[in-house]
Ligand binder design. Structure first.
Ligand SMILES: C[S@@+](CC[C@H](N)C(=O)[O-])C[C@H]1O[C@@H](n2cnc3c(N)ncnc32)[C@H](O)[C@@H]1O
Length: 291
């Protein structure tokens, strides 16, 4: 506290960082700064310009830091997550979109180059991240998104309404199950791009407290071996895609060979390719539907 009874921000941040580091938070400095920026309603980059804080503001920052120290995801505390150029509302009941999934978005966009008015399907949409990012980047696209969990679907709906209000073509949301062999049957053989980030973590895999306690289990775990949903996604994609249509799916870094084998066994795909994430781990497969 300074002589006027106010608190220099750097002191508040240093204390917050200590609390978060003790709690095992992976990026204590970034999280402390983002929480302070949120409370102060400024961009993180402008924090150095902020003057000393009053007791009430410090209490609000400390309160959020204390919750973050119990490993509530930062995005739940802020109420939103960044996904590519989008800011999506997230909170309890929906999977927080991850930066690595942006690679799927970029691959999908590249695959649509030269296709006008593309028809796109995002299976297992969660917050709507992939579907909404694709719709934002391709205003001529018709994008369908499927989600099984009603809570997650409610977040997707909220995000979709916000994007549509901002001028994007509305995404068509479906309450549906990717294991249903009749899912979106009216689109059979017509879709230009299918993307999917399904649940794929094997049940016994240890996950951080943010995931274990706050991401819905149905969004994360794909049964005993992590592969309970993926074969259905492959089957559905094969049915929906037109000849030459593109398919991209995220998977666990231990599943590359099994997922490529599933694609080969299903048949109807060509050019099955494994892609690495930015840390060099195999995390995606891509392929094209044969004619
Ligand atoms: C890993 S999350 C991905 C969410 C979003 N695509 C993203 O990348 O942020 C998987 C999502 O699939 C949904 N899901 C799980 N099983 C499903 C099924 N059988 N059919 C449709 N959606 C399912 C979960 O509820 C969850 O929202």
């Amino acid at each position: 506290m300074d002589e006027t009874g106010r608190h220099p921000l750097r002191v508040v941040l240093r204390q917050a960082q200590r609390v978060l580091a003790r709690a095992g938070v992976a990026s204590p400095r970034v999280d402390a700064e983002l929480i302070a920026a949120h409370v102060l309603d400024v961009d993180r980059g402008r924090l150095p310009l902020v003057g000393p804080l009053d007791d009430r503001t410090v209490a609000r920052i400390d309160g959020l830091v204390a919750r973050r120290a119990t490993r509530v995801p930062l995005q739940h505390l802020l109420g939103h997550a960044a996904f590519g150029p989008l800011t999506l509302a997230v909170g309890p009941g929906v999977f927080v979109p991850r930066p690595e999934t942006e690679l799927l978005h970029e691959w999908g966009l590249a695959a649509l180059r030269g296709v006008s008015e593309p028809l796109v399907v995002d299976l297992c949409t969660g917050s709507g991240a992939l579907a909404l990012a694709l719709a934002a980047a391709r205003r001529d696209a018709t994008v369908h998104a499927v989600e099984l969990d009603p809570d997650a679907l409610a977040w997707a709906r909220r995000n979709a309404e916000e994007r549509a209000a901002d001028g994007d073509r509305p995404v068509v949301l479906h309450a549906g199950d990717v294991t249903d062999p009749t899912l979106l049957a009216d689109l059979d053989g017509r879709v230009d791009l299918v993307v999917c980030n399904p649940p794929y973590v094997p049940l016994a895999t240890p996950v951080p407290p943010e995931v274990a306690g706050h991401d819905p289990a149905r969004a994360v775990f794909g049964g005993e071996d992590g592969l309970s949903v993926i074969p259905h996604v492959v089957r559905t994609a094969a049915r929906l895609l037109r000849p030459g249509g593109a398919f991209a799916m995220e998977h666990d870094d231990t599943h590359r060979d099994q997922v490529l084998a599933l694609l080969a066994a299903r048949g109807g795909f060509t050019g099955g390719t494994a892609l690495d994430d930015l840390t060099g781990r195999p995390r995606f497969v891509t392929a094209r539907r044969t004619g």
